[in-house]
Write a protein that binds this ligand. Structure first.
Ligand code: GDP
Ligand code: MG
Length: 205
């Protein structure tokens, strides 16, 4: 497999774009365009082998031609499901998404979940506003046999990079020949990403 597709999913405002941008540019910017869904492309090296990584960052708001969660799940090989530790409802959404992925994507192959679904509690720097305990995240991860991480896109570049690298490696190792179904629309180049990040929406951090 020389193409890897990873979807970063979760409710609006949990930091999906922040995580993608942090991984791709090493920067935490603060505010990101969220009016369209997009796919970021990057060539990465896995164990000395070049692979084409596609990272799907969904549009948080209603937008034209928006793909459904089912489409997104069928499209991707690996999933980073994000919630905000200071927002309990985002945790429930993340749990529902993990459940759906287990049902739709992995079917009965539960053992795959461990390497192909990561549950991530973001905004760890907001510990004083915490609504979801670390143990609750661990519990859901155990229930669905997925890996669990807590971090802060704002403060932890290395943890963010580690999670993405692990997922890239796991998906590239998984030799599932999965039939590609509908692909989320609105692919963006790195140039577009840079515009989003450094363009007019930029806020100082
Ligand atoms: N304090 C804190 N804020 C964050 C973190 N990650 C993202 N944010 C903020 O949360 C808001 C939503 O982030 P965004 O990436 O647009 O969320 P998305 O809708 O899931 O793509 C923005 O104001 C970000 O600056 C984090 O780790 N810590
Ligand atoms: Mg976003």
């Amino acid at each position: 497999m020389n193409e890897i597709k990873i979807a970063v999913l979760g409710s609006e405002g949990v930091g999906k774009s922040a995580l993608n941008v942090r991984f791709l540019t090493r920067r935490f910017i603060g505010e990101y365009a969220s009016s369209s869904e997009c796919i970021y492309r990057k060539r990465v090296s896995v164990d000395g082998r070049q692979v084409n990584l596609e990272l799907y960052d969904p549009c948080s708001q209603a937008c034209e031609g928006k793909s459904t969660l089912n489409d997104q799940i069928h499209w991707a090989d690996g999933f980073i499901v994000v919630y905000d530790i200071s927002n309990r409802s985002s945790f429930f959404t993340a749990k529902a998404i993990v459940h759906l992925i287990s049902e739709l994507h992995l079917g009965t192959a539960k053992r795959d979940a461990d390497s192909l679904i990561f549950l991530v509690g973001n905004k760890q720097d907001l510990g004083h506003m915490r609504q979801v305990q670390r143990e609750e995240g661990q519990c859901v991860a155990a229930e669905f046999h997925c890996q669990f991480y807590e971090l802060s896109a704002a403060e932890h570049y290395h943890e963010v990079a580690l999670i993405f690298s692990k997922m890239v490696r796991n998906t590239s190792l998984g030799s599932k020949a999965k039939e590609r179904r509908r692909r989320p629309s609105g692919s963006k180049s790195m140039a577009k990403l840079i515009n989003n990040v450094f363009g007019k929406r930029r806020k100082s951090v």
